[in-house]
Design a protein around this ligand. Sequence first.
Ligand code: FBP
Length: 261
Amino acid sequence: MAPINYNRLLHKGKALFLAYDQGMEHGPTDFDEKNVDPDYIFNIGYEGRYSALAVLPGVAEKYYLGPYRDMPLIVKLNGKSNMPKINPISRQICSVDRAIKLGAAAVGYTIFDGSPNEPTMFHEFGKIIEQAHDHGLPVVAWMYPRGPNIQELDNHVLSYSARLGLELGADIIKMKFNGDVDNLKWMVRCAGKTKIVISGGDKVPPVQFLNEAQKVMSAGCLGMAVGRNIWQSEKPFSVTRALQAVIYDGKSALEAANLLK
Ligand code: FBP
């Protein structure tokens, strides 16, 4: 097994990923005239010096070109639309080999733990870990507990999910934060050497988002993986700079808010 090196995905030892898989997961409902164009997002990722951009293979193949290739790419290996509403499952649609050919610095995979289809995703993920780690490629798991009897933001459910990320072999897990900082600290403990990045969620006022980022970092997370709060913003670069001040430089939300002006 090659050594797993995810340093390429970090800046000052922290992670700030730009997520743009919503076209698959939510459909174009998240988009407007500007951000429907993947080039617009690639430009924010590149000029904004994100530590990586996460996309599905189709977008990677057609847009990860020219100077953008200096920006580390996370290629998602599975995805689903949000049309099926019950028993969520997300199957592999791209191989590790194809992701490598596309220039991936890491691969991503969503696991809906708690779904009746969990065993299929665990099995597929196990193979992916094996193949990616043979190439020294880090694996980022979107750990999203989901299913008919699952309370997605329950403390126990979230910490169990964080632990599953470690047990399954993920290098980084992308998770939701329910606002309880003590529970997030416990999730970090449960995940052990697997590092946590917190996902952004629906767009909220930037100052509120910076406050959330401060809490996330204070709990010991590796960073954040955000989408709509950046590329739905009228000022994506200002919000990016402020967020980087919190995540990379350990500034308070209050200090970072000056960069929004
Ligand atoms: P946002 O920052 O826009 O919330 O993106 C984070 C993300 O995890 C995406 O990577 C993914 O497409 C989406 O959220 C999944 O959202 P949902 O919880 O609605 O399935």
